[in-house]
Design a protein around this ligand. Structure first.
Ligand SMILES: Cc1cc2nc3c(=O)[nH]c(=O)nc-3n(C[C@H](O)[C@H](O)[C@H](O)COP(=O)(O)OP(=O)(O)OC[C@H]3O[C@@H](n4cnc5c(N)ncnc54)[C@H](O)[C@@H]3O)c2cc1C
Length: 512
């Protein structure tokens, strides 16, 4: 028998991944009287994309991911997207630091570790690109401390495995920034969920699959839930619903029937890593080394050789190798893609299929890859890799957004998007990049979109500035404050910082 409080709540968060967990903690810190329920179809939190091995664990600050710094037709490098992603990560760092200060996270080393971020290229054209990219980025305070080299010896010092076994005939180049991080988003999600549900009025219900969403007279949402074990159904009523169901968000958005969701579709891309757990090899690599994407490949399939720290153990990860599966979730159904097709999204889906032949060709190539092809790709980053040291690890599913477009019929997007009801009572998060790293930015965007009336000086704003001292200030424009925030969060999170000549004042909220 369910308690009345289980049938009636202020907030329902669908899905127990990093996004719902982050939003739930923000909401509860800002409004301690809110009742919050998380409904999760699986038996624990962080079992889909947020699980440590289902993603790469990069604290995406656009340090090393070259897809965020495209070359303009005139040859110059556009770093605007990189700067945006870079400062979005500052929001997550502040949020996590706040939680450490609160005691909700006892030791930051349980989820975040300092790991330098490197970009590595070979071939004259790519070397020239990286040189220009470095010049543009290192001139900005957000990338202070970025290093660049075209010396094979220097790269070998930074990342020996990447250089051993190379002929030395080809030009190579690398950049490095020591402030990079590896993040175990699975461990972090567990910490956030347990902090949340330890508070009165908050609960997580596992094995609770949301099957329907209906608008009631009076504006509340009735959420239909099926118990995965018993098959029994029940309903929960809520004033506000966040669909943070990862790949499962699109079908739920469709079920909500809100007109803003009309025409959206999803394109699933699966992923595989190669993983090495040999401590003798792993102790010789301490970096996340990102390369350049192959022509036609989606931006998130840029190959990288990464240090991972999961559950206190060091591993190496290489990949991802993209693939195609019609499932929207790793634990999903092969029917997911087909069941998401509606009359309103047929045109966008067909237009995207017509306009993205390169991507289709790339994915077909990836699906047909043999083990030999996979090892050849690894060879480019670790020429002396021995196949016997590596094993396959299946990554999470990503569902890329297909959105309706008046001109072209439909567009394929690689970012994330919040799609919400007009009255702000429900919002769904679609897409997966830059991903978990920007969970705090996404949570703040939900607050701004759906709770704007509460973000005032007499309501939630003072507390929000306590959690995010830079709220309302552009860290892209304010160099001093950016340095101050980074120094303070680096100290709390025990990650590396670029040393500054003079001691700076402790972090405090700045008046916007
Ligand atoms: C291969 C790969 C590599 C990545 N690398 C990085 C990286 O290096 N850095 C980074 O920051 N991000 C990365 N990401 C992205 C990141 O993992 C995701 O953005 C993030 O984990 C999404 O979190 P989420 O909470 O939205 O979704 P998820 O973690 O997928 O959680 C969604 C939850 O909703 C539940 N659910 C679904 N449908 C229902 C339903 N009907 N009822 C109840 N529950 C439901 C699911 O079971 C799941 O637990 C990567 C992703 C992939 C796939």
């Amino acid at each position: 028998m369910l308690a009345a409080s289980d049938r009636e709540t202020d907030v329902v968060l669908i899905g127990a991944g990093i996004m719902s967990a982050t939003l739930g903690v923000f909401l509860r810190e800002l409004e301690p009287s809110l009742s919050i329920q998380i409904l999760e179809s699986l038996g624990d939190c962080a079992q889909e994309s947020s699980d440590a091995w289902n993603n790469a664990g990069t604290g995406h600050a656009a340090n090393c991911e070259m897809n965020y710094t495209p070359q303009r037709p005139d040859g110059s490098i556009d770093i605007s997207k990189a700067l945006q992603v870079n400062v979005e990560f500052d929001l997550s760092r502040q949020f996590w630091s706040y939680l450490v200060g609160l005691g909700a996270i006892a030791d930051p080393r349980s989820f975040i570790h300092p790991v330098p971020h490197m970009s590595f290229v070979h071939g004259a054209e790519n070397v020239a690109f990286l040189r220009k990219r470095f010049k543009a980025m290192s001139a900005h305070h957000c990338y202070e401390g970025m290093e660049h080299t075209e010396s094979p010896a220097q790269i070998a010092e930074w990342a020996p495995l990447v250089m051993e076994g190379r002929s030395g005939d080809e030009p190579v180049a690398a950049t490095r920034i020591i402030t990079g991080t590896d993040v175990d988003y699975g461990a972090l999600t567990h910490l956030l969920v347990s902090h949340l549900v330890n508070q009165p009025g908050c609960a997580v219900h596992y094995n609770s699959c949301v099957t329907g969403l209906d608008r009631e007279q009076g504006g509340r949402w009735r959420i239909e839930v099926r118990d995965a074990a018993s098959g029994e159904t029940r309903s929960v009523r809520a004033k506000f619903v966040f669909i943070g169901a990862g790949g499962g968000a699109l079908p739920l958005l469709e079920k909500s029937g809100i007109p803003q969701g009309r025409g959206y579709g999803g394109f699933p891309v699966s992923g595989i890593w190669l993983r090495c757990d040999d401590p003798e090899i792993n102790k010789r690599h301490h970096a996340k080394v990102y390369g350049k994407a192959a022509v036609g490949s989606p931006p998130m399939s840029v190959p990288h050789l990464d240090t991972r720290v999961i559950g206190g153990r060091h591993s190496l990860l290489f990949g991802p190798y993209a693939g195609f599966s019609s499932k929207f979730l790793k634990h999903g159904s092969l029917l997911d893609l087909f069941e998401s097709i509606r009359p309103a999204n047929v045109k966008p889906l067909l237009s995207v299929a017509r306009d993205n032949f390169d991507l289709t060709e790339y994915l077909v190539g990836q699906v047909l890859q043999s083990e030999g092809h996979r090892l050849a790709a690894l060879d480019e980053y670790f020429p002396k890799a021995d196949p016997k040291d590596w094993r396959l690890q299946v990554a999470g599913q990503r569902v890329q957004i297909i959105k309706p477009d008046v001109k072209r019929g439909g567009l394929l997007e690689f970012g994330t998007e919040l799609v919400g009801a007009d009255d702000h009572s429900l919002v769904a998060l679609l897409g997966a990049s830059p991903g978990a790293s920007t969970a705090a930015f996404i949570a703040i965007s939900v607050l701004e979109k759906c709770f704007a009336g509460e973000l005032t000086a007499s309501a939630w704003l003072p507390k929000l500035k306590q959690i995010i001292p830079s709220y309302g200030v552009s860290l892209i424009d304010d160099a001093d404050f950016s340095r101050q925030i980074r120094a303070a969060t680096a100290e709390v999170l025990k990650v590396d910082n670029i040393p500054q000549p003079a001691a700076r004042a402790p972090m405090a909220a700045k008046r916007a």
